[in-house]
Design a protein around this ligand. Structure first.
Ligand code: HEM
Length: 514
């Protein structure tokens, strides 16, 4: 080796050693973000909040005087972001490092490892995301308008015929839009096997994903214990969820294939892919991605829409003054001669309805802790170490109830999104859809389904609190239920009364036109 080469090598080795030492020093030298004290061996294993997790983290954020929190158990690090400035810095500006998903051991037991929302930040995810962008971006999402109109009008008819069953009508609307757009599958009743399978998969599965909800997430080896062993509830539940997840994929896929074989092609994401497969050809990766997207959307779109719609009906019954203002705006623009349409939204002439939509998403975000992102590498922020692999939860609840951004945050007040002249203000960021490269890819589809449902129901019905036998209103409780990642309004009753003979006629004739 020449002296020059050995000098270069020595210099390189020195640089590498110094770099390695500086990283080690940094890692050792910097503390994790604040959080509850860790106990020997188990860390914070007993500290993970099992109920009201988002609200508890928000309280901890006050207690530890830090928007960024850290808890850890058995080497699993969890970081919770409670302030928008931290979410923006890490998940948006440093998206390169924070677009991964954590390895959550229970995911495999649930059979959810191919769920697009759970994929790591890799080429497989990029292909899924690209296909979704092509189909769900703002301009493309218009293609779902006729389907959304048809399904919302069906809901109006169901509410007219069987108003007490509003919860069932919500479920059918929320599941049938993704099922029809993904597979061309028509689900008309709650007995439908696709609705049954989604019921038995999505909520029980979502319940097990949060840290602390299953010991398998903390000690993965526990996942190897057979489901029949006593006291392994989460392993048993996961095995059932896995079965129903397979059914969620199998039933609509077989349906599409049979329709295809009969030559009765109903337009949908999957049929469109199959058509291309037999004409131009598609790669096996693309075929698999479309199948994964279809079943992910069927789960991701339905439960979030069910949760928001449930909150909407409840909030309308609870706040008649808000309902009346929205109805006055609808009556002024639409009148009693037709049902509202998407052009009423794009005209910009319904600022109150727009504010109502934003306030619903703020007040009742269905996924209060968002979906966890993961740190791909060690990162240093505000003097703290965020270790590689840490799960990063954007606490959507804390962001949407941040008093400095939304004064009086626990009051339902659409006016907060209006300016002094009654026009919609520029706070159009729906935090409930998440962040960065993993932001909800279906947000335009979700927004138009929700807006059309809200405006159509308010155009036709008065929603009121239940009454006792003397005709007095019964107060509704404010209880919400949590299913791991998801938050739904607890059971309640309310009444739907058609607003006028004209509204009834419009609903009846919408069946013929939609
Ligand atoms: C009101 C309804 C909805 C809400 C509140 C909602 C909320 C969310 C949230 C919080 C995330 C995680 C974002 C993050 O990681 O930061 C997400 C991801 C996702 N959402 Fe939605 N969503 C809704 C409706 C929909 C609809 C209608 C679709 C499909 C058409 C959809 C498809 C997805 C998919 C595929 C992902 C995963 C994206 C990825 O990991 O790259 N969602 N959604």
């Amino acid at each position: 080796m020449s002296p020059l080469t050995s000098n270069i090598l020595a210099a390189l080795v020195t640089v590498l050693v110094l770099w390695g030492l500086s990283r080690l020093f940094k890692r050792r030298g910097l503390p994790y973000p604040p959080g509850p004290n860790r106990k020997p061996l188990i860390g914070n294993a007993l500290d993970f909040p099992l109920v009201n997790a988002a609200q508890t983290y928000m309280e901890w954020s006050e207690k530890y005087r830090s928007g960024v929190l850290h808890i850890e158990a058995f080497g699993n690090h969890v970081v919770i972001l409670n302030k928008l400035e931290d979410v923006d810095e890490l998940l948006e500006r440093r998206a390169n490092n924070y677009s991964d998903r954590p390895v959550v051991p229970i995911i495999k037991l649930l059979g959810w490892e191919f769920n697009f929302a759970m994929l790591g930040h890799n080429d497989e995810w990029r292909l899924h995301r690209k296909i979704c962008q092509q189909n769900f971006r703002q301009a493309a999402a218009h293609k779902y308008h006729p389907l959304q109109i048809e399904k919302v009008h069906e809901m109006l008819q169901n509410l007219l015929e069987r108003p007490k069953e509003f919860d069932d009508h919500n479920k059918i609307l929320s599941i049938s839009i993704p099922l029809s757009s993904m597979y061309g599958y028509e689900a008309k009743s709650l007995d439908d096997p696709c609705i049954q399978a989604a019921d038995k998969s999505t909520i029980p599965g979502a319940t097990l994903i949060l840290p602390g909800q299953s010991f398998v997430n903390i000690i993965p080896a526990l996942g190897k214990i057979p489901a029949w062993v006593p006291f392994t509830t989460s392993v048993r539940v996961a095995a059932e969820v896995k079965y129903w997840t397979e059914e969620m994929k199998r039933i609509p896929t077989e349906y599409v294939k049979s329709k295809f074989a009969e030559g009765k092609v109903i337009p949908s994401l999957v049929t469109e892919m199959l058509e291309r497969k037999f004409s131009d050809g598609v790669t096996p990766e693309e075929e698999e991605a479309v199948q994964n997207i279809a079943y992910t959307v069927y789960g991701a779109a339905s439960d979030t829409t069910i949760a928001l719609t449930k909150s909407f009906f409840y909030l309308m019954a609870k706040h008649p003054e808000v309902q009346k203002k929205a109805q006055a705006e609808i009556d002024r623009l639409v009148g009693a001669k037709r049902l509202p349409d998407f052009e009423d939204r794009s005209s910009g002439r319904m600022p109150y309805m727009e504010a109502l939509y934003r306030e619903l998403q703020r007040y009742a975000a269905p996924v209060p802790l968002g979906l966890p992102h993961a740190a791909s590498e060690d990162d240093y922020y505000k003097g703290y170490l965020i270790p590689k692999g840490a799960s990063i939860f954007p606490n959507i609840w804390a962001l949407t109830h941040d008093e400095s951004r939304y004064p009086d945050p626990y009051t339902f007040k659409p006016e907060r999104f209006l300016d002094a002249s009654g026009q919609i203000n520029d706070d159009d960021r729906i935090l409930a859809f998440g962040f960065g490269r993993r932001v909800c890819v279906g947000k335009y589809v979700a927004s138009s389904t929700m807006w059309l449902m809200m405006v159509s129901v308010l155009a036709c019905f008065d929603i009121e609190k239940p009454k006792d036998e003397n005709g007095n209103y019964i107060e509704m409780d404010d209880e919400y239920e949590e299913f791991g990642l998801l938050r739904h309004k607890g059971p309640y009753e309310c009444s739907f009364t058609v607003r006028s003979p004209e509204a009834r006629q419009l609903i009846l004739s919408s069946g013929a036109t939609s």
